[in-house]
Every structure is written in structure tokens, then in C-alpha cells.
Ligand binder design. Sequence first.
Ligand SMILES: [Zn+2]
Ligand SMILES: [Zn+2]
Length: 476
Amino acid sequence: MKKTLTAFFILLTTVLNGFAIDMSQEINSATEKILPQVVEWRRHLHQNPELGNREFKTADFIEKRLRALGLEVRTKIAKTGVVAILKGDVPGPVIGLRADMDGLPVTERVNLPFASKEKTEYNGSQVGVMHACGHDSHVAMLLGTAEVLSKMKSKLRGTVVFIFQPAEEGAPVGEEGGAALMIKEGVMDNPKIDAIFGIHINAQTEIGKIKFKSGSFMAAADWFTIKVKGKQSHGSQPWLGVDPIAVSSQIIGGLQMIVSRQSELTKAPVVITVGKINGGVRENIIPEEMTMAGTIRTLDDQMQKDVHERIKTTAQKIAESMGATAEVSIETKTLVTYNTPELVGQMLPSLAKSVGKENLLETEWTTGAEDFSYYRQKAPAFFFNVGGMPKGKNVKDAAPHHTPDFYIDDSRLDVGIKAFCNIVFDYQPMGKTAGISNDKISFEILSEQTSVENYFSAQFFDVPFQPFGIKGVFAF
Ligand SMILES: [Zn+2]
Ligand SMILES: [Zn+2]
């Protein structure tokens, strides 16, 4: 029995070192305490939105709060980005948490005391500015997370890098920006981030819920331009020219053939949309040139490359068949937002305890895009949605993101903070977890001679093991 006990205590020590302590209760009460302040921050940011690469006041606001927490703060990363580093008292992994900071050129129509009245110049015209994608709530939730975790520094294992990223919605014409520029400026390298997490609030998901998807989650977005060159002629004599409008209409049809006839749609969806077409000056003149532009959405890296090739071939060959030429250019805006399945599996229990298992929902992939996708080139990544739709509201009545009526119920921003904090405390370097299933971590050591005498009931170890869903421990 003595031998058994010694063996058991060695095992117990190993297990406790290998697994994180469950901090969810402490996280819950610390989060509830600061929630009113987090909501205030969000409303302040909502009232003062700024466009991508112009988040000057937003960056100041973030910097001030991070410095007050005593964190190491780096500013002007990727133009207006802010990064803060929190080192826990116990050595461990480096975890990146990211929030985007930018608003959109949308004029707010929601009747709120803190509605935005901001105006600015965008591409040469005066526009309203609005946090019409909810990035204000992302900043507030990440600031709240920094505050909660700072106070738990003594129990924190490893380092947390808080990444406040500008220009998620795209940088102004001719400028670099967003996640790609943050990475280029070393945000993932110093210190080297082992895993990165991001949250997006969702106006069509009820508050108090988290939605996630393993693997491909959000689409890669590419923008394309096709310039069709024909030969100008009189509208009454088309045979004397080459009509680029007729060629373009065939190309538009041809592009949809790539989707419906050439893409493996059971593997992943594809969308090609022509959103802009310009050409011609007058009813009876066949113009020399037509330009069309659009977006491509794919959810698989290989299919993305394949669609690019097919768009070029389709446009060029159709143009050639009619004596015209087509010049195709494609610019990648985001990659596929891919959630590393092993990481998702590991973190689901942390999300479940943040909202309750019944409020953690698996979702479908979406053809929307996110530049968070770039971070997974450097480390395993997990991006998920937190609900922002008022309870009981019909999804059909909830205004979509990027519209003047976009609205977020900010009463449950605690969900994002709790999720981030639980992730930080529960994360284990990849490949080192004992065994993972969807909703529990089971840990079993079985000896060939297991007997009743050396079986320790789960009851006895309720306190240290319960957080991990451990049913029992066998000693030998
Ligand atoms: Zn957006
Ligand atoms: Zn967004």
C-alpha cells in the first residue's frame, strides 16, 4: 500500500503540473465586476469610430488602459496597432489574443444615445463613419481580458500577447495594413506565439451564445478585375468592330460556369460575384473597352488557386473567340480562416464553461471573410463568434453587419472576456494533452494488474480533477 501511495503521489504531481488549474470561478467573478466598465468603453469607442489605418484616437484609448495595467506596451505596429505583453509568474506557452479596431464608411441610422455622428473623407468623398461590424466590442472585450488576466498574474502560466489590430476591413487604396502587415512587423515572432485566438461579435447570434466551426470557417476573399478590349464602331454596324459589352456579358456567364460546372461543390462552396461593370458612353456607340470587377470566395486553399486559373482561362478564351482581349488581375484580400482542429478540440471545454454547454453551438462555414486568417500561417489559430443579437429577436429582423442599422446588444460582452481568459488558463502546448474529445478531457492510466485495492474513486479527487472531466485515476 505504501508503494502504491508513493506511486500515486508521483502521478498526482505529474498530472497537476501537466494540466492547468481551473480558474473559471475566479474569472467569472472578476469579469462580472468589470463588465459595466467594459460596456462603457465599448460605447465610447462606438461613438468615436475611425477608419482603417486611421485609428489614432482608438489606439491612444487602448494604450492608456494597457499602460494603467502595468503591461509592456508597443505602439504604432502596422501604422496604428497596439500590442501589450503580460508575463505570468509561472513559465509556459505564449498565447496571442487579437481584436480588430477599425470602423467602416457607413452612416449610422440606429437611434442610440451613443450613436456615431463621425464624418470623414473616404476615397475623395465625405462619408459617415460607424462601427458597423462590431469591432468596438472586440476592443472592449480584449481590454477587459487584459484587466482580468493582469490581476491573476501570479497564477498565470506563460505569456499573453494582446494584439489590437488596425484595418481589418482593408487599408485605404495604395496602403498596406491589417493582419498581414502586423505579421510582417513581427507581431507573431517576438515573443514567438504558440497559438492565437480571435473573436467576432455576431449581430445574428443571440447574446450569451458562442458559435464555432473546426477546420475551414470563413472564406478566402479575392478581388478581381477583368479589362476587355475590343474595337470601337458605330452601334448600327457591329460587324465593323469588336463589341466588348457583348464579350463581357459572355464572360459573366462563363464565370458562373466555373462555379456550377467546374468546382467540386461537395468539397467546399465557391462564389464568384461581379459587383461592378463600367463601359460605354452613348446608346449608338460600341465602346473600345469594358472593365468589370468582383469578388471570389473559396473555403479551400487548393480550390482558391484552381478558381483563379479558371477565371483567367475563361475570360481570355471567351474574349479570344470573339476577337477581343481580356486582361485579368486578381488580388488576395484574405486567406481561408482555418481553425486548427486539434486546437478547437482542446479548447471546447474552456468555451463550454464560459457560456454553458447548451450555449456552445457548432455552426456552418460562411462565405464572409476575415483577415485573422493570416495569423494561421504562423501558429495554430482559432476564431469564433460571440452573440450580439438581443434575446428573442428574430434573426430576419437583425440588421446585417456593414449596414446603417447594424446593432449589437452589449449586455453580454462578458462572454468574450470569459472565453479568452479560460482559454489562456486551459491552453496546453499542442500535442501534449492526454486525450481529447468534444466536451471532456479524459485521463486514464491503466495497469495490467489493476485491482480494487488500488483504485481511487473519482469522488476523492473531486476538487482537482473535476474541471478536466476526469472520471477516475488508477494507481499501480
Ligand atoms: Zn466587417
Ligand atoms: Zn469584422
